[in-house]
Ligand binder design. Structure first.
Ligand SMILES: [Zn+2]
Ligand SMILES: [Zn+2]
Length: 137
């Protein structure tokens, strides 16, 4: 398989297996966030739980991040190389209400969080809804 994929996985301390290479490739090629169901559709004979475990490993090692865009299905997208999914690394996502696709807006970091005293950060989902450039044409 592709050496570039192996390198990306190894950088995140993920041992490259055939399954992991394939799931990474799907996320890399699509250039948008995908749900578990959408990823599953790209494979013929792969068990959903195998894909889910692969995504979990990726997420635990900051290779991907998950997005709750309010559609009910969690979506996944690749992180940038230096991302550690801390508040400073988070960006805003854009959900197209026409095609239902969610894109990472990596040049739009989430606003600085100034939580009240005693509150601790866990996760954040900043989602803008609108019509994407493809649907506007
Ligand atoms: Zn769209
Ligand atoms: Zn993203």
């Amino acid at each position: 398989m592709n050496q570039k994929i192996d390198n990306r996985l190894e950088l995140r301390n993920i041992r490259p297996t055939a399954m992991r290479q394939l799931v990474y490739d799907v996320l890399d090629k699509n250039k948008k966030a995908l749900s578990l169901y959408e990823i599953e559709q790209q494979f013929e004979d792969v068990d959903r739980s195998t894909i889910f475990r692969t995504l979990k490993t990726f997420q635990d090692n900051y290779l991907i991040h998950s997005i709750d865009d309010g559609t009910g299905a969690v979506k996944y997208a690749l992180c940038d190389e230096e991302c550690t999914c801390q508040p400073d690394d988070l960006h805003i996502h854009f959900l197209c209400t026409k095609c239902g696709q969610t894109n990472c807006l990596k040049n739009m970091p989430v606003p600085k969080m100034d939580l009240p005293q005693g509150f601790s950060f866990e996760s954040a989902n900043f989602v803008i809804k609108g019509i994407c450039s493809i649907c506007r044409k």
